[in-house]
Each structure stands twice: as C-alpha cells, then as structure tokens.
Design a protein. Structure first.
Length: 113
C-alpha cells in the first residue's frame, strides 16, 4: 500500500493550494483518510479527516478555510486550502486508517510574502 501526496508549493498569504493523495496497492474505500502536518520544530498535528461515508472533521485552526474531500473511484483524497496563513507552513502528510495507519510521504507547503 502506498499513499502519494502532491500539490504542495509556495504561496502568498491569502492564497490557495489543493493537495491530492492517491492510494495505490489497495483501496481505502470504506476507511477514514486524513491529512496531518508538521511544521519545523513542532510535532505532527492532525488537520482533517473524512470517513468512508463522507463525514468530515477539521482542526479548529483550519475550520472554514480548508476542505477535505475524496473521490472513491480514484482512490484519492484532496485538501483544498484557502485563505492560507504563514502558520499553515508545514509538510503535509496524508494517511489512511485500516486498523493500522498508512502514511504517505509529505508535500511541502510554504506560505510567505
């Protein structure tokens, strides 16, 4: 099982980015998938999750700005990030929970003027 995240980059404050995470090797159709992030010097923190039924949950720090979604047929989960702030700068990781956590390699998001 592999999770491959992409879509990171550099953006100015107030800008937007869309992250994608494709799962290969197995389906996460009915499983919870999510996004986490880790800023330099900080522990990895949870950002958002989406269940197999499509229910979503967000960290307070991103609520109203980020949207998690998934395309079951493409085995892909997305994170639309709007109104980005400098404190959103981090490496973003996608994860899938199938009883054990599967992690993808991170993608860097830098928000700076």
């Amino acid at each position: 099982v592999q999770l491959q995240a992409s879509g990171g980059g550099s953006v100015q404050p107030g800008g937007s980015l869309r992250l994608s995470c494709v799962a290969s090797g197995s389906s996460f159709r009915g499983n919870v998938m999510g996004w986490y992030r880790q800023a330099p010097g900080n522990e990895r923190e949870w950002v958002a999750t989406i269940t197999g039924a499509g229910a979503t949950n967000y960290a307070d720090s991103v609520k109203g700005r980020f949207t998690i979604s998934r395309n079951v047929a493409k085995n892909t989960v997305y994170l639309q990030m709007n109104s980005l702030k400098s404190e959103d700068t981090a490496v973003y990781y996608c994860a899938g929970n199938r009883g054990i956590m599967y992690w993808g390699k991170g993608t860097q998001v830098t928000v700076s003027s």
